[in-house]
Design a protein around this ligand. Structure first.
Ligand code: ADP
Length: 489
């Protein structure tokens, strides 16, 4: 399908990232933005903009008809959904298809198929990929028997869940009976479907994922793996590529992923997620969108996955100019607006000061700058710092240097905890498992400096009130001089 203008149904760093790739392909962009987002970098960089509603996502980034109308109004014949929001919503993709807008991603049928974890597992099994013991739960009867078949501990999962929601760990029947209505409700509220299933819980596993890409012509590219085991509350905070799994296991995974891809007519970027425990690996799910952590794969393969997605929607070839061999090691840290001293409670307010790191092979994907507001309506991710080096050790060193150069003032961030994690013995030895961070975080909390936190809090308060008095005068606002002037007043 031919198009010259791409609508972007997202915000923050990914909106900016998509605009950059579109511009490299000489395509115009239309940012579909929510009312509160006019200060963002993406707003300035887009060629055109349409306000699609109020800040609350339900009125904007989750409002299918507003997004479609916005794209049509500006004559955009293609739309990139980014990640999160409606990126894996088959109804949204279908609405784009019905309105002759190329959805930059797989077709609505494939999104619907793979969006259902139970259905995706069946395809994985067909390809010979091992899956964990699981049981579908349709009513209360046989719950006890089904749970005993799976064996405790187990996870209650919403079939259509995502983003760490619709997912609970249970250890016994009593917990299970209490949790089931909650997960059903969460599933209904967030995903409009209440199907749930039980899955064996692995307590010493690593989260490994494989990036796949299928071109418009159906060529299958397996772009290596990523280790995303550093998670808090089932959400990733540090990702790296490649993983350090034994080569034999990597080869087997690669072979099975290739088989999985060849069983379908899927097009574009996809991620197959696995849990790895000991010498075994198990399929978890397939994500049908670009992942937040696609960057580390880009760094080691030297490719632009967003560009590849757009070219695929245009029916054009991808990666022809590349020797698709991974080189070196890449690490990404997610800089989130949250307070690690308060169990990662989201932190909101104006970004009073914001200095990002610089250096060879240091990449910063952010949609925010000094003066922007971090709002409570959205995810806490404010930036992704990505580094590359020839070795993992070099990449870790570079990341620490990059984090030390990063200064964010006005809101709390997880930078100090990320720094601690990077220097932790388990991380250095590649022994982080999906539940390791709970313990590591507890340790850090007791040993970190509460005094430092108190001091920061009082300085933030002072700066914020000075900032509010002066309004959102970007660039001209210098928190340091303002802070000092106020002190002298
Ligand atoms: P989502 O679609 O919300 O991302 P996933 O099924 O991918 O949900 O699970 C998210 C995270 O939860 C995984 O990365 C992993 O850390 C954890 N998890 C999921 N299933 C299991 C399991 N069976 N055993 C242990 N941890 C699991």
């Amino acid at each position: 399908m031919a198009f010259e203008k791409v609508a972007i149904a997202n915000r923050g760093e990914i909106a900016k990232r998509i605009i950059v790739s579109c511009h490299e392909l000489n395509l115009k962009t239309v940012l579909l933005y929510a009312k509160g987002d006019i200060q963002q970098e993406a707003y300035r960089m887009a060629d055109e903009r349409v306000c699609i509603g109020d800040s609350e996502p339900i009125h904007s980034y989750l409002n299918i008809s507003a997004l479609i109308e916005g794209a049509k109004f500006k004559g955009a014949k293609a739309l990139h959904p980014g990640y999160g929001f409606l990126s894996e919503n088959s109804q949204f993709a279908k609405s784009c298809e019905d309105n002759q807008i190329a959805f930059i991603g797989p077709c609505s049928k494939d999104i619907s198929l793979f969006g259902n974890k139970m259905k995706a597992r069946k395809i994985a099994q067909k390809a010979g990929i091992p899956v964990l013991a699981s049981e579908k739960i349709s009513s209360k009867d046989k719950l006890k028997e089904k749970a005993e078949k799976v064996t405790y501990p187990l996870m209650v999962k919403a079939s259509c869940g995502g983003g760490g929601r619709g997912l609970r760990l249970v250890n016994n029947l009593e917990e299970l009976e209490n949790i089931i209505p909650l997960v059903r409700q969460e599933a209904l509220q967030n995903f409009n479907k209440e199907d749930i299933f039980l899955e064996k819980y692995l307590n010493q596993a690593k989260h490994i994922e494989v990036q796949v890409f299928i071109s418009a012509k159906g060529e299958i590219f397996i772009l290596g793996d990523r280790d995303c085991s550093s998670q808090r509350r089932h959400q990733k905070i540090i990702e790296e590529a490649p993983s350090l799994l034994p080569l034999k296991m990597k080869e087997k995974m690669r072979e099975l992923c290739y088989k999985f891809c060849s069983l379908m007519n899927y097009r574009g970027a996809g991620t197959l997620e696995f849990l790895v425990q000991g010498d075994k690996f198990f399929f978890l799910e397939m994500n049908t969108r670009i992942q937040v952590e696609h960057t580390v794969t880009e760094m080691i393969y030297g490719v632009d996955l967003i560009k590849a997605q757009i070219l695929t929607a245009l029916g054009q070839a991808v990666f022809l100019d590349r020797d698709l061999k991974a080189q070196g090691h890449s690490i990404q840290c997610r800089i989130c607006a949250e307070d690690p001293h308060q169990d990662f409670l989201p932190s909101i307010g104006p970004l009073l000061s914001c200095v990002w790191p610089l250096g060879q092979n240091i990449r910063v994907d952010t949609g925010f700058q000094q003066g922007d507001q971090i709002s409570s309506f959205y995810d806490s991710l404010i930036s992704k710092i990505v580094v590359w080096d020839t070795t993992r050790k070099g990449a870790m060193q570079k990341m620490k240097q990059a984090l030390n150069q990063t200064i964010i003032f006005g809101i709390f961030t997880n930078i100090s905890f990320l720094n601690f994690l990077l220097s932790h013995e388990d991380f250095i030895k590649n022994q982080i498992q999906i539940n390791s961070l709970e313990k590591i975080h507890k340790n850090w909390q007791t040993n970190s400096l509460p005094l430092q936190k108190e001091l920061l809090e009082s300085v933030f308060k002072e700066l914020q009130s000075s900032f509010n008095r002066k309004g959102l005068k970007k660039r001209s606002f210098n928190p340091w001089s303002d802070f000092l002037t106020n002190k002298e007043e």
